[in-house]
Design a protein around this ligand. Sequence first.
Ligand code: C2E
Ligand code: CA
Ligand code: CA
Length: 686
Amino acid sequence: MRYHRWRENVFLGRSDFLFSKVPHIVAGLYALVSAVWIAFSDRALVSLVGGYSQYQHLQTYKGWLFVSVSALVMFLFLQSAWKAILAAYETALESERRLELALASADGGVWELNLAEGQETIAFVSPQLTARLGLTPTQRLTMDELLRRRHPDDVERVDHTFEDFIKSGGTRSYEDRYRVRANDGSYRWVHSRGNIVSHKDEIALRMVGVSLDITEQMEAQERVRQLLRYDPLTGLAKQQKFLSDIDDALTRMSSGGMLGIVQVKLLDLDRFISDSETLEDAMIVRIVGDRLQALAEAGLTASRVSTDIFAIATPALKTPEAVQNSMRQVLSVFSKPLQVDDRCVRLRFQMGGALFPQDGDNAHILLRNSGLALGKADRTADAGIRWFTEGLDTESRKRNDRLRNLANAVANGEIECHFQPIVDLATGQTAGFEALARWRRRDEGLVPPDQFIGAAEEFGLISEIGEDILKQACHAAAQWHAGSEPAPFVAVNVSPIQLDDPVFPAVVARVLAESGLSPSRLELEITENALANDPEVAAQRLTTLRRLGISIAIDDFGTGYSSLSLLSRFPFTRLKIDGSFVAGYGQRHEPTVIVDMIIDLCRHLDLSMTAEGVETSKQAELLSAKGVTLAQGYRFSRAVPVENAPALLRTNWPVEMEFKPRNRLQPPSGMRSCGSLTAAVPGRED
Ligand code: C2E
Ligand code: CA
Ligand code: CA
């Protein structure tokens, strides 16, 4: 260990005081021993041998002894020192070889700068490094030459880093990355690290370091960055890059400037979802991409923000007319027919736009608002841009706000059940009610179900809301029955998600028991879509509910997943003819045929019917004549709050019959019609 330290000291020139004085000590010791020898050896010899004559004889041997001993000591010392020097030299040589090998394998080399003359000069640079720039081993790289070869974009930063490093006096390492031009004109990326080697008077004399060629690594990084920033199919910027470019443009914009952002959604690109570039859709997207790239010449910036949506921004402009002109160029990109595989393709698209400064002060908001406008764009109106309005913003804010609050709506008692009367067309009396959910919000009033039921299904809140409505409906219906027959029924909508839940029949049974409502007075309305997922399970669940004595209606019939076999496989008691068919009944051929067909089907399967969306007396009359027993719609009444329902039970609705219907179907037990009606009472609107 000590030997190693010593060897290390020899190699590295470490000068701890004693070590640096070894020659002095050796020479001093030699002089001292010699002086002592000269001074005392003669006297010691005389007293030892006892006389001068013997002493003279032995003096020669004494001289030889001195020479031999000192030569031996000298030899042993020098041999040991020489061994150490040789070993240290070999170690140094070895580690230098290793460093060179390591640097060569890392595409690097060493260098040394001379800092002594106040101006840096290159004292040494590995030929491995200069070879990478295309220099021959005999060509020297000077400092001026190196400075000239730096990439113009790096010069300022590199100078700054170097100055900082020199100012620090070498208290920390120098490190930087920069590009240097090679003889072939290409740039090589270099990563340099170095340290100042100071003299003991603390003035920086030399700087020694290593440099690695990191061109391949930087190019790979750049390729990844490009992939993240640019769409590989069209070469257009992706959303993030687009947003930062627009923000840059807005920062540079002088006051009074305008800028428009438009988003264009290509319709009919469903097949492209597979992302295969061989498809025709991919070719369409690529052609559109090329056309949008060409807009860059006119200062427009384009991006592919999603599979089928492009965003395009105008340059900074002075007037609305200039923005419009710019937008016209965008329109022509999409409206001009494209040639795809010898076929002429005309694109269908929608456009939504937003303007700086009125619709947003940064790229993110402008893009969001143009997206909101796009969401409202008319599918049929190809050539127009739907511009953002403040109303859209309020609408989207409202929607987000609602979603946040929906979770607490039931707990806060905000979900209200309203009741729309279902009228017996034969008697004009209210046979029952459909329970329809409403969300009462403090600032907005009543929110209709199509604005929150979908979200409730999406966010897992529908079971809670559905059960709440079921409770309210059953409790209300239990109050309606004053002992007279037939007792009015209540129809409650059931979401497919509720039906999916194995505990749903038990929930219904519990609610019925709690409210005291007879199961025969409850009808559950199920849409066709609720049966599509797992028909076996749905059939089982509905059979359980039927066994409880509950009626089951198929809602919105004809609008969803329908098959005739469905009707016979499930234990339905009633079919609700969708309002969209009723609207055209007796006026247009198609709905008339469909409704007649449904009526025949119900007759065949022995199902009762409710016609929805009955808005006119004519519709009510025609349907009644065809044998439809029950109807609901604005012709009679909209849904009313719970407290207004009992009054509607006493109302005689106006159903004027010009002729007596034939083949009338009987409503199921508990929902029977009761006599004929003649009184004409005006329909109520709430
Ligand atoms: P739906 O089950 O088809 O309910 C009938 C819808 O038609 C109701 O809309 C009703 O107000 C409306 N309507 C009634 N008569 C007429 C008419 O003469 N003309 C027109 N144009 N419409 C009429 P509402 O209340 O907005 O409900 C919309 C949908 O929301 C319902 O359609 C139902 O699918 C769903 N919904 C309502 N309440 C609930 C609920 O408690 N649970 C579930 N899962 N869905 C519900
Ligand atoms: Ca319904
Ligand atoms: Ca319906």
